[in-house]
Design a binder for this molecule. Sequence first.
Ligand SMILES: [Zn+2]
Ligand SMILES: [Zn+2]
Length: 393
Amino acid sequence: MTIQPKNAAAFANHMPDVRAIRHHLHRNPEIGLSEFKTSDFVAAQLEAMGYEVTRGLAGTGVVATLRNGTGGKTVGIRADIDALPIVEDTGADYASLTPGVMHACGHDGHTAMLLGAAKIIAERRNFDGTVHLIFQPAEENFGGARIMIEDGLFERFPCDAVFALHNEPGLPFGHFVLRDGPIMAAVDECKITVNGYGGHGAEPQSALDPIVAGASIIMALQTIVSRNIHPLTPTVVTVGAFHAGVASNVIPEKAEMLLTIRSFDADARDELEKRIRLIAEGQAESYGMSVTLDYQRGYNPTVNHKAETNYIVDLATRFAGADKVMEMPRPTMGAEDFAYMLEERPGAYFFLGTQRTENDPPLHHPKFDFNDDILPVGTAFWVELVEDYLKAQ
Ligand SMILES: [Zn+2]
Ligand SMILES: [Zn+2]
């Protein structure tokens, strides 16, 4: 049974509003944990729809609750609401009004689709149980999901299962893409400062050159994944920044590098940290220098649960047809703080393909613009999920 055409037509009258909400959010982006106007806007919309609205989890987080019938089942759906520190270059007439801040990951679209679904769910009241709609701040930076959980999210709003989606311009339009088990990686960050001794570029024998030691560290770091980690265990060590010096004839005092480290396996994650420390310290020492190392553990891996993954596959197949559901052969090395919700509750995270052309700007690109054509699909799918998951027994 393909149910999308029926509902797509039935919900079509809502789509201008959903689109307008998306553009409003796009015009007014806010960085994680500072989504004050966004939070006000989302809460006001949900209150007007008749939801019981709770604010303040993780500061700007919003949870909207609706009960219907006598059923005891509960389901949670999460949308992220934060934007990124990027200068927008889309040229859209609804482009960001805040210089240097941009919805470049499509969280404006995620929020708009969940608000659209909220409206339709409340109007139809075609379910038996409790729905919690979770509007989460700070996915991009501070792990808003974890903070909402620390603020009692699942004690205050118990959920039998939680679900979330992410738009993906690199995947075919309207495709539901997911996998059981690990779907996104753990992310850690490390800042390494090489402490040298500055001097004249023409007198290297009187200085301790942190650029040479830094370059050596960067090359040696490449051996961790190739020599220390099992070949079938996916890991990444990337040096994304290397800063040192200002002039050709000056040896600087310090060199600084920033690393992102990705993994799934907990032992591999520990091994990566151990090897990075050993290599940075050992390499620097061999040049007569020291390093200062700041290693920060970030998001845990995002791991889907089997039953809920199968549920999404089944629902998406009924919703869009089997040819629109793709199982990922392997996880992505990206990261996502929905990981923390999946550590607390059963659930599943999936990608929704939004490709326009093969040359679509990727997520986080200054020209990225959420594809509005997917709004009816994502909105209708969330409605379908609530009405199916909480259907009267
Ligand atoms: Zn992002
Ligand atoms: Zn995102």
